[in-house]
Design a protein around this ligand. Structure first.
Ligand SMILES: CCCC/C=C/CC(=O)SCCNC(=O)CCNC(=O)[C@H](O)C(C)(C)COP(=O)(O)OP(=O)(O)OC[C@H]1O[C@@H](n2cnc3c(N)ncnc32)[C@H](O)[C@@H]1OP(=O)(O)O
Length: 360
């Protein structure tokens, strides 16, 4: 982990701990009055840290980084603002009405109506990046949808992105077992998450409302139909991140688009436009952004009136032939990633993103 240590140390000394955490829009220090009284202590701690003679190690540095970010406090702030914005918006006339129990976090919204259950990623300020809680909530939402009355289930996003993939700050919340335990539990979560898409028994449609990154692209190979706005792009920068393919894409992508087009995406991180993704079979149809929501929901409402058992049985015939293979691929990809997440290449890439030095 020498590379990671070096990288993290540079971020650490030069940027992470330069200034106290503030929420300028509210004119507050995160944590309220208690935080304000400890401002001096915090500044002292920052100075002491810079004077340490011995490197405290990656684990401690990650903990320090996580504390610095005060992700939970920031998240609460963002969630509250999102909630305020959402409650002041009138619902889209095309979207089905809400009538079911909501997930644990406001970052996922599940609604049912007009024969469609819609699972909406709702973290627009973070480009709908997937937190650990969101993975759990999506698993629960898919399990509930597999048994509900709606013939069709949809996954879509709020705001300008479909999803920017795994939230890279997930890796900063180190459990007691350290990085190894973090990698192990993430691999289990990944496998459970992808299994839900493999096993989903009804027509599953992705309404890709904007750019998609990482795992939000790879799982599309497990959907029955993918509709995209012409603003959408499809990007799997695994090598850039020191990672490897997941979502069964090492199997589904070569099957869908041929091995060399799949390699260009999965090995070299080539970003596809919506039209390119459609030409390569990953996307079913592309719509102009100005009419995307209207056209797609109208079409899905019409499809949802088809006999549900016939659709379910047709999907079963298609999927059952592949299920065993898909589960094996998912298990293997999750195991490989578990190792990758502990590699210097991966940790350097994450540290680089977190220190705001790199974006895709
Ligand atoms: C169970 C574990 C499974 C793990 C498997 C998954 C593998 C993957 O999904 S790999 C893909 C990981 N994703 C990325 O690497 C994307 C990183 N994000 C970016 O490069 C840019 O944010 C992006 C190009 C998506 C958008 O750029 P901009 O339009 O310039 O917007 P901002 O960068 O300003 O983004 C706004 C805000 O959102 C935060 N953000 C966006 N994406 C992520 C992310 N994936 N993880 C964490 N945070 C993300 C970004 O940092 C900004 O935050 P603030 O600076 O606090 O406003």
């Amino acid at each position: 982990m020498a590379g990671f240590a070096g990288r993290l140390a540079r971020c650490w000394y030069s940027g992470f701990l330069r200034s106290p955490l503030q929420v300028p829009a509210l004119g507050l220090h995160v944590g309220g009055p208690a935080m304000q009284t400890s401002q001096k202590d915090f500044n002292n701690a920052v100075s002491q840290l810079k004077l340490l003679k011995e490197d405290p190690g990656n684990e401690v540095k990650l903990k320090l980084y996580a504390l610095y970010k005060q992700e939970a406090a920031r998240q609460n702030y963002v969630d509250l603002v999102s909630k305020l914005s959402a409650s002041s918006e009138s619902p889209s006339p095309e979207a089905p009405a809400a009538d079911r129990k909501q997930p644990e976090s406001d970052s996922l919204v599940v609604t049912s109506g007009d024969g469609i259950t819609t699972i909406r990623l709702n973290r627009p300020t973070k480009k709908n990046a997937l937190t650990t809680q969101m993975y759990h909530d999506i698993i629960a939402a898919l399990q509930a949808a597999s048994k509900d009355e709606s013939p069709i289930t949809v996954l879509t996003g709020s705001g300008d992105y479909f999803c920017s993939g795994n939230d890279l700050t997930n890796f900063t919340s180190l459990p007691a077992g350290g990085p190894e335990e973090m990698a192990r539990s993430s691999a289990v979560l990944l496998r459970d998450f992808v299994n839900c898409f493999i096993d989903f028994p009804k027509p599953l449609v992705a309404v890709v409302n904007g750019p998609a990154v990482g795992i939000s692209v790879t799982i599309l190979g497990l959907f029955d139909v993918v509709y995209a706005t012409d603003r959408a792009t499809f990007h799997t920068p695994f090598s850039h991140l020191g990672q490897s393919p997941e979502g069964c894409s090492s199997y589904t992508f070569p099957k869908i688009m041929g091995s060399s087009k799949a390699a260009e995406m999965l090995l070299f991180g080539k970003k596809l436009t919506a039209q390119e993704a459609c030409a390569q079979g990953l996307v079913t149809e592309v719509f102009p952004d100005s009419t995307f929501q209207k056209e797609v929901w109208a079409r899905l409402k019409a499809y949802s009136k088809l006999p549900p058992n016939a659709m379910r049985i047709s999907k079963q015939i298609i999927r059952d032939r592949e299920k065993e293979k898909l589960h094996a691929v998912n298990a293997e990809e999750s195991n490989v990633l578990r190792e990758r997440w502990l590699s210097d290449e991966c940790m350097n890439a994450i540290a680089s993103f977190l220190s705001r030095k790199s974006k895709l």
